[in-house]
Design a protein around this ligand. Structure first.
Ligand code: S3P
Length: 445
């Protein structure tokens, strides 16, 4: 694996159609839920990346048989109480915050303790957000400062909880909902709305009655403990977070047009589309269809020579939480000042994305005002780079690497970008697709 890549030529004049890999959030949830269903589930177009391998390998350690063949990943579900209960199982979640946090809910009902480990980036992330609600179920956790390594101790006597989730975190909500499956009685979560894949899978794949009531600020979700549920098949749609880099690439390139096929544009996930429409980005959704509670569409996007700045409505924050890095880059090229508020959650991702984005934008000559929980970007439609830039020490955050590549390919300059292997966590063929569109990328060992 080369240690860095070099990009010193802009891309442009492409007209093409691409497919992007399966949705990461959906892939992780499917593997976990199929593992505790009864019988063999077949998952098609599952994302093939390091986060998914960590998920699959961990479930194998918990006693689930999982086979990969050319067409599908087959999961031989062990049933709700069928996971291996042995003491001292060690699980390594690698870079995956989603898997690690959902796992805490998945193993709520068990005898043996589990030791949960992760890579350098995951080991800096906070687990109190799942520890606090899961303790209310009767679980126990041991750790230093709520960080990995974490000892997870389940219980045979789970009790249903009522919990108010204030961060708009789908991982926290999902950990609670998954724990509730094994908990007698009704669990109630009141939460700031966030991606709803877990709820959609409960309803459409597992056939579990789930009540969702939407209020002004919060939504309320109620689920009853289950005896068992049956296996299911699922064809994973493309990941809008992966698509977002190609949307930005096309918008910021000259004379270009791209169709990205089969993307999941679920409303709780596709804030970037709403944001780009407000910024007058040229994109449209075509061939929309519904699948298991998700909305799938092709996205047609074109070069946009005039982008308008945005005062981003706070209600779009959770809907675009993984796309902010690339949205900020688009704002750097927009006319006017863009503002984002209440975005402190960005500090708790694979890296501190609010700081990294500010540093990056300043480095390329864009004025920003970074506060604890907000960012102001003074856009410059004429921004063109000619200097040398080196991007490193970003805790191997895959989205920082990909955003840097898009900046290099659309703004000019001579970029040296380290840690190419970071893309393996979510989008291993990212550079291959860029090259297909005509990008010149030099790998250096
Ligand atoms: C995810 C939820 C989000 C997101 C992450 C995936 C999920 O995290 O940033 O990449 O699949 O539930 P939070 O729950 O911390 O907001």
């Amino acid at each position: 694996m080369s240690s860095y890549i070099r990009i010193n030529k802009k891309i442009g004049n492409f007209k093409n159609s691409i497919e992007i890999p399966g949705d990461k959030s959906i892939s992780i949830r499917l593997i976990m839920l199929a593992s505790i269903a009864v019988g063999k589930s077949r998952l098609y177009n599952l994302l093939d990346s390091d986060d998914i391998s960590s998920t699959i390998n961990s479930l194998k350690s918990l006693g689930v048989k999982i086979l990969k063949n050319k067409k599908a990943v087959e999961i031989f579900g062990v049933g709700l109480n069928g996971l291996n209960m042995k003491e001292n199982i060690i699980i390594n979640a690698g870079n995956s915050g989603t898997f690690a946090r959902l796992l805490c809910g998945l193993v709520a009902k068990r005898d043996g303790a589990i030791k949960l480990l992760g890579d350098k980036s995951l080991s800096k992330r906070d687990f109190s957000r799942v520890i606090i609600p899961l303790r209310k179920f009767g679980m126990n956790f041991k750790s230093k400062n709520s960080k990995l390594p974490l000892i997870i101790q389940g219980t045979k006597n789970l009790r249903p909880i009522k919990y108010v989730e204030e961060k708009g975190s789908a991982q926290v909500k999902s950990a609670i909902l998954i724990a509730s499956l094994n908990t007698p009685g009704e669990t109630k979560v009141k939460c700031i709305p966030s991606r709803n894949h877990t709820e959609m899978m409960f309803k459409h794949c597992l056939g579990i009655p789930i009540t969702i009531t939407r209020g002004n600020k919060y939504e309320s979700i109620k689920v009853k403990g289950q005896k068992q549920f049956k296996c299911f098949n699922y064809n994973v749609p493309g990941d809008v977070s992966a698509a977002s880099f190609f949307i930005a690439l096309t918008i910021l390139s000259k004379n270009s047009e791209l169709t990205i096929k089969n993307v999941n544009v679920n409303k709780t996930r596709s804030g970037i589309i709403e944001i780009l429409k407000k910024m007058r980005g040229k994109l449209k959704l075509i061939n929309k269809r519904f699948y298991n509670g998700e909305i799938i569409s092709d996205i047609k996007v074109e070069s946009t020579y005039f982008l308008k700045s945005i005062n981003c409505p706070k209600k779009l924050n959770t809907k675009s939480i993984d796309e902010f890095l690339i949205i900020f880059l688009l704002c750097a090229k927009a006319k006017g000042i863009s503002t984002f508020e209440d975005i402190q959650e960005l500090r708790h991702k694979e890296s501190d994305r609010l700081k990294i984005a500010s540093d990056f934008l300043r480095m390329i000559g864009v004025k920003v005002v970074e506060k604890k929980d907000s960012l102001k970007i003074y856009g410059n439609p004429k921004l063109e780079l000619s200097d040398k830039f080196e991007i490193k020490n970003f805790l191997k955050d895959h989205r920082v690497f990909m955003m840097s590549c898009i900046a290099a390919l659309t703004m000019g300059g001579d970029f040296k970008i380290h840690d190419q292997d970071s893309i393996n966590s979510s989008f291993p063929n990212f550079l291959k697709i860029l090259k297909k569109l005509g990008a010149r990328i030099i790998s250096v060992n």
